[in-house]
Design a protein around this ligand. Structure first.
Ligand SMILES: Cc1cc2nc3c(=O)[nH]c(=O)nc-3n(C[C@H](O)[C@H](O)[C@H](O)COP(=O)(O)O)c2cc1C
Length: 187
């Protein structure tokens, strides 16, 4: 839906957020909250897709599919857009995120193909999770997802947010606005 159509429509788009860190005090959860504020200001509804709330044991092929997988698939499908906000682990994506992607991929690809996807990452160091974001982008596209070309990398997390939790570091804040504009224009 073009941005102007959604702005004049009575139902705002729903943006889901999947965080690749389950940790209390996570800097990626901090980034998720900052993006949520910006999406809300732009007129979207947001919902957290908390991977800890789904029954998702470590995947292997002998396991019966746990109920959490279909529940997670339904939740993703209910969103117009989904933003993955993830830490980088050893140059890649964290197992909790890959496990959720792998489990849900065993049900098919529709939940990857339907929403429009965004990717963001926050790191304590200056590199801003670019290797993780590249891998998440590759995996999502391999599963048929339409992924925004604008990725919100945030380095030096300690100085990237103000006391209100707003993302203030540049170029990250500008990238966040560009991602939001692109996502709301595409859905
Ligand atoms: C197993 C492990 C591997 C990590 N590898 C990287 C890495 O490759 N690049 C990076 O920038 N930070 C790396 N870190 C540091 C994380 O960016 C840092 O712990 C960050 O706070 C994790 O995100 P969170 O606060 O959202 O949980 C790693 C941390 C862990 C625990």
């Amino acid at each position: 839906m073009p941005e102007s159509d959604f702005m004049s429509s009575s139902t705002p788009p729903v943006i889901g957020f999947i965080c690749g860190s389950l940790r209390e005090g996570s800097i990626n959860k901090r980034l998720e909250k900052a993006l949520v504020k910006r999406f809300k200001r732009a007129g979207a509804k947001t919902t957290s897709i908390n991977l800890a709330a789904y029954d998702l044991p470590l995947y292997h092929g002998d396991l019966d599919m746990p109920a959490g997988v279909k529940k997670l698939v339904r939740k993703i499908k209910s969103c117009d857009g989904v933003v993955v906000v993830s830490p980088e682990y050893n140059g890649g994506l964290p197992p909790v995120l890959k496990n959720a992607i792998d489990w849900t991929s065993t049900t098919g690809k529709a939940h990857f193909e339907t929403p429009y996807w965004g990717i963001a990452s926050c790191t304590p160091g200056p590199m801003s999770g670019i290797m993780c974001m590249r891998q998440v982008n590759y995996i999502l596209m391999r599963l048929g997802a339409h992924v925004s070309p604008i990725q919100v990398g945030v380095g030096k997390a300690q100085v990237a947010f103000d006391s209100q939790g707003e993302l203030i570091a540049e170029p990250s804040a500008t990238l966040a606005e560009s991602l939001i504009k692109d996502m709301l224009a595409q859905i």
